[in-house]
Design a protein around this ligand. Structure first.
Ligand code: SF4
Length: 373
């Protein structure tokens, strides 16, 4: 395929294989290590696969994040968002305020609200249910994308119900889908260092598979660039691929590069200073080749990477720009400079400038409407 580029024949063979069949974790690892011309061939192969699988549209959604509290009993070492209840800036929104923001978002054109918060000591599964019931009563047509697997797990244990009972109750109350956050790196050795109090790998998988089983689709994520190595990254991709083969419940993959600046594990000298651009590109490209058409949508986080680099990533296998974000607190707390509301026209410009077609989508990618020039 890339013989004329005079690249390593072994890499050429893996790239050719990836075009129409599954590649192994070992092969994915070899791709993660490419440099120079082989690296460029990887990006091109991922872009060709992207075109074949989802075409030329670059999608995004009009959405609004509501982080209802930053007070959290968690101890994740990468988190610059959490506060103790007596810390300056600690807040806990009343349900009425959450509803007010959801209504405002809807009135301003949002089709989705993404609701997540810290693990506040006073909340349980019925608090999450209350949020859903109240938002749905006031804004029945908005899609509620809410609660990380950690929140689902936390709510269930606080209320002494099973994860399945919790998910069924929340679905009935209006939960449309869940963010597949809290995945970080799905490896327990890594988790012990960066988030030892959080649900472990098998518990994360269990919450996700249970959600898919009861009819709640989820996204999936990976937060990378802290203490993990390349093998952990490809093993993480393999875990996600296996879940998707089993359930088909993932709507998209959202790689999240580690924001080191204000993170405790960076300040303590435990982690690296985030990723480099080539690491990000390899992650996007390799994930496109590992997932093939199993997980069709791969999102670039412009909040973390900025618009200019997001454009480059869109030429390396990705096809989605996430949301317009009425409000974003978590990445900004961690030191990201982007993350405030961005009008669709700005995302449209990012897409058109690289010869692609901007399109507005809903959460589940069941509606994708091209924006006319
Ligand atoms: S990542 Fe979430 S669970 Fe962990 S400390 Fe931060 S807010 Fe709490």
């Amino acid at each position: 395929m890339f013989e004329k580029l005079n690249i390593d024949p072994q890499i050429n063979e893996i790239l050719e294989k990836a075009m129409d069949s599954e590649i192994s974790t070992n092969e994915a690892l070899k791709l993660m290590k490419t440099q120079g011309r082989e690296f460029q061939a990887l990006l091109l192969a991922a872009d060709i696969q992207r075109e074949k699988i989802v075409g030329d549209k670059i999608t995004f959604i009009q959405n609004w994040n509501i982080n209802f509290t930053d007070i959290c009993t968690g101890t994740c070492g990468f988190c610059a968002f959490k506060k103790n209840s007596d810390d300056e800036g600690a807040y806990f929104l009343e349900i009425e305020e959450i509803v007010r923001r959801a209504k405002k978002a809807y009135d301003e054109g949002a089709v989705e609200v993404c609701i997540q918060g810290g693990l506040h000591q006073d909340i349980d599964a019925y608090f999450y249910e209350d949020i859903l019931l109240n938002v749905k009563e006031e804004v029945p047509d908005i899609h509620i994308h809410a609660f990380s697997p950690m929140e689902i797990y936390y709510g269930a244990s606080k209320s002494e119900i099973t994860v399945e009972e919790n998910l069924k109750m929340l679905k009935k109350a209006g939960l449309g889908s869940m963010p597949g956050t809290a995945a970080e790196i799905l490896n327990d050795d890594v988790r012990k260092i960066i988030c030892h109090g959080k649900l472990n790998t098998s518990e994360w998988i269990d919450v996700i598979e249970t959600a898919h089983k009861v009819g709640v689709p989820t996204t999936c994520t990976m937060m990378y660039g802290h203490v993990e190595n390349l093998s952990h990254r490809v093993e993480h991709l393999e875990i996600l691929r296996n879940i998707q083969e089993k359930t088909g419940g993932f709507t998209e993959f959202v790689p999240l590069s580690f924001m080191h600046k204000n993170a405790p594990i960076f300040k303590q000298g435990i982690s690296r200073a985030g990723t480099t651009g080539s690491e990000d590109l390899k992650l996007y490209a390799v994930s496109r080749l590992v997932f093939g058409d199993l997980i069709k949508n791969i999102q670039v986080s412009w909040v973390k990477l900025g618009f200019k680099f997001a454009q480059v990533c869109l030429m390396a296998g990705t096809n989605d720009l996430g949301g317009t974000l009425g409000e974003e607190n978590i990445s900004r707390s961690a030191g990201a400079v982007h993350g405030v509301y961005t009008p669709p026209s700005e995302l449209e410009r990012v897409a058109r400038d690289i010869g692609r077609i901007p399109a507005l989508r809903n959460t589940l990618y069941t509606e994708i409407n091209e924006i006319k020039d």
